[in-house]
Structures are given as structure tokens and as C-alpha cells.
Design a protein around this ligand. Structure first.
Ligand code: TXA
Ligand code: MG
Length: 340
């Protein structure tokens, strides 16, 4: 891990790390973020691994130019009124501590959005953060740079203590000015604040009229990360349309192969002994048995299987190491959603 003071040269170094699919912790005006290229699924999986999140919660994608919104958000899914809200808010409050929830473009990897159909976008008001985003890939996914269940970091030293060698570079930009996370606002339908934060509600209401609230306060960020109310847990969350049956780790290969069912194995090795292991209805999250790769491919694989309209999906739990619990959580929710 490189622990670097903030200057032009080191921003360039960190940008190189991000472009190469690495992880860089960087300051913003709110808290430190743990960034990666928002379009790189393997790097996104590593972010969850490093934070030791037991779930794939949706991340915020950070941009440094308004035009980048076109790559992330599908404005065709918004009404004229909603589009106007985005225009007014982005022109008046960006750059700044406001995150907007927008319908996502297909190209945004599902791991960046926790499988949701929406993407969270923020344009931070921090010169170094903006330079880093601009010099790397222009769209950087970044949760707060803390371990799951811990408070958000407002100093580079907080990041080093919590994440240390697990990240590739930490840019030390001193203390974050605001110190609480951005306000998260869903602009669709009746606008709603999902998380109170750095942009006060009345500032938003002056621009777009009254907004509802249904979120925890910024001071509750550590509580919020553990809360079952997080968007990753709600019914709008992606679940396959095909019935999914989740089996214990290593038990899938003992099933009798049925032609109208899909079989989702963790690895090639775990399918050993399965009668139809080479069939077109057999899928592997990671051929080689890498939990990180399995995480990076999870949502896409479920989508693919779903689109093939099998009668049912049989999946197995993956080993409970690293991202394993987050993958298993997702698989068991894919199962329970169907039994509602
Ligand atoms: O100030 C901030 O926002 C910091 C800095 C680094 O920019 N980032 C941050 O990220 O706080 P994180 O991952 O710790 O919190 C993201 C919040 C979570 O409450 C998450 O549920 C919500 O944003 N969120 C992200 N995508 C969402 C979506 N598509 N729908 C609803 N909520 C979403
Ligand atoms: Mg956080």
C-alpha cells in the first residue's frame, strides 16, 4: 500500500491505480472514499471484500463532469418533471454533498448498484477528488473508506488503521471539511431523502419543492450500514424471475440432473461427480474457484440464467471466506423473494 501526500504527481499515481483496476482511498468534502473504476466488476468485488461487507450494498458513483451522467443514467425512464429536477439540482448543488438516485443505464455493472435498477451519482466538491476522477476513468464507485460496521473516516489515518494493506493507495488530503456523508435523494415520483447528510433538506426544497424523508441521519452511518432497511434489502431489489433453490455448499453435485433446470455451481471443482457437468444448463460462478471472481460475476450470471427461462434454478452456497457470505446472502434472498 502506498500512503501518499496530496499533490499533482500523487494524484496521477492514484489515477493510474484506478485505471488499472486497483483501489484508491481518497478525500472528498464529506468523508474519505474507497474508490475503484465503476465499470470494472472485479475491482467492484474487491471493494466489498476490503470493506468486509456481508452484503452487496449499492455504491455511489462519483463523477467530475456533468456529461458523464449520460453514461450512467437512463434519462429516457424519467418524466419531464423528474428530468427538470435533475437539471436544477445538478446545476445548483453540484459539485456538492448531494447524491442523486437515477434509473441506471444497462452498461453500469450490477455490482455497482447492488443489483438495483437505479444508480447513485455524486459530483463531489473537492478539487483533488475531481482531479483524480478526471484523470482516471471519469466514473469512480466509492463507498466510505471504512470497514463494515465502523464509522466513516474523515482522516487518512482512519483509513490506514481500518483498511491498511488491503488497498493499493491512500491519498492523504488531511481532514474532510464536512465530515458527514452526502445527502442521498431519490428524485423519482415524490422526491425522498433516503439518507440525511451534507446537503440540508431546505436547500433542496427551495429548488424542487417539498421532499419526503425516510432515512437515517448521517450520525447513524454505522448503524445504517447494519440496518436491514438498507436499499439492498428491499423488495425492489433484483431477484430472478425463475424459482431458485439454494443448496448447502458442495451438495449440488449430488442432485439428479434435470434437463429443464439450471445448475449454478460455485466452481468447476464443485461440479465434480455431477452427471451433466458439461450440459448447457450448467453454470459456474468461477471456473477456477475464486470467490472474488464469483462475486464479480454473480448478478450477470443470474441475469443470464433468468433470460434462458429454465423451469427452476438450483444453486449452491459458496465457501464462507472473503466475499462468500455476501454472495450467499444474495443467493438466499433471491430464493426467499420468490416465496413471498
Ligand atoms: O459522502 C458520501 O456519500 C461518501 C463519499 C465517499 O462520497 N460515500 C458514501 O458511500 O457514503 P456509502 O457506500 O458509504 O453510502 C452510500 C449510500 C448508502 O446509504 C446506500 O444505501 C445509498 O447510498 N445508495 C447507493 N445507491 C443507491 C441506490 N441505487 N438506491 C438507493 N440508495 C442507494
Ligand atoms: Mg458508508
Amino acid at each position: 500500500m502506498l500512503f501518499l501526500e496530496l499533490n499533482q504527481k500523487n494524484i496521477f499515481v492514484a489515477a493510474g491505480v484506478l485505471k488499472a483496476g486497483g483501489l484508491a482511498a481518497f478525500p472528498t468534502e464529506t468523508v474519505y472514499g474507497l474508490g475503484c473504476d465503476a465499470f470494472n466488476s472485479t475491482a467492484l468485488a474487491r471493494v466489498f471484500e476490503v470493506k468486509r461487507r456481508p452484503r452487496f450494498d449499492p455504491l455511489i458513483v462519483h463523477i467530475s463532469r456533468l456529461e458523464t451522467l449520460q453514461r450512467l443514467a437512463d434519462f429516457g425512464l424519467l418524466s419531464p418533471v423528474e428530468r427538470e429536477r435533475v437539471r436544477v439540482l445538478s446545476q445548483s448543488l453540484w459539485p456538492g454533498p448531494l447524491t442523486l438516485i437515477l434509473p441506471k443505464k444497462d452498461a453500469v455493472p450490477p455490482l455497482a448498484t447492488g443489483g438495483l435498477a437505479t444508480v447513485a451519482v455524486r459530483f463531489p466538491a473537492h478539487d483533488a477528488a475531481l482531479a483524480l476522477i478526471r484523470k482516471s476513468t471519469g466514473a469512480i464507485a466509492a463507498p466510505s473508506a471504512n470497514l463494515f460496521g465502523s464509522l466513516s473516516p474523515t482522516l487518512a489515518a482512519h483509513v490506514r488503521t481500518q483498511l491498511g494493506e488491503a488497498v493499493d493507495v491512500i491519498l492523504d488530503g488531511g481532514k474532510c471539511g464536512i465530515g458527514v456523508e452526502s445527502t442521498v435523494l431519490d428524485i423519482r415520483g415524490t422526491p425522498r431523502i433516503l439518507r440525511h447528510g451534507g446537503t440540508p433538506r431546505d436547500k433542496i426544497e427551495t429548488l424542487i419543492g417539498s421532499v419526503g424523508a425516510s432515512g437515517a441521519g448521517p450520525g447513524d452511518s454505522h448503524v445504517k450500514e447494519e440496518s436491514v432497511e438498507s436499499p439492498g434489502q428491499t423488495a425492489s431489489h433484483y431477484a430472478p424471475g425463475t424459482s431458485l433453490f439454494l443448496h448447502a455448499e458442495g451438495r449440488l453435485s449430488a442432485l439428479e440432473a434435470e434437463a429443464d433446470a439450471a445448475y449454478l455451481f460455485f466452481s468447476r471443482a464443485s461440479a465434480e461427480g455431477f452427471a451433466a457437468a458439461d450440459g448447457e444448463n450448467v453454470f459456474f460462478l468461477s471456473e477456477s474457484g475464486s470467490v472474488r471472481e464469483a462475486a464479480a460475476r454473480l448478478f450477470e450470471t443470474l441475469h443470464t440464467i433468468d433470460s434462458l427461462h429454465f423451469a427452476r434454478i438450483h444453486a449452491e452456497k459458496v465457501p464462507a471466506e472473503g466475499l462468500g457470505p455476501a454472495i450467499n446472502d444474495r443467493l438466499s434472498r433471491a430464493q426467499s423473494c420468490l416465496r413471498r
